[in-house]
Design a protein around this ligand. Structure first.
Ligand SMILES: [Zn+2]
Length: 66
């Protein structure tokens, strides 16, 4: 995965995809199913660079840009 986006926004919604096995949605703390479309995004951390997270589509709506 050669992503070279310069992320300055700490929390953002990027695109729809499938989550890796075992990913948990940080918004609702529920696991994301292996065949469930979700939204890839990043989340601010207390230390270090933003972490890549996967959210349920409905949980990511508030981060989606209009
Ligand atoms: Zn969720």
């Amino acid at each position: 995965m050669a992503s070279s986006t310069s992320d300055t926004d700490a929390r953002r919604d990027e695109y729809a995809t499938f989550a890796p096995t075992g990913e948990t949605c940080p918004e609702c703390d529920q696991p994301i199913g292996p065949l469930e479309i979700c939204r890839r995004g990043t989340a601010e951390r207390h230390s270090g660079p933003p972490a890549v997270v996967y959210r349920h589509t409905k949980c990511a709506e508030k981060y989606r840009r209009r």
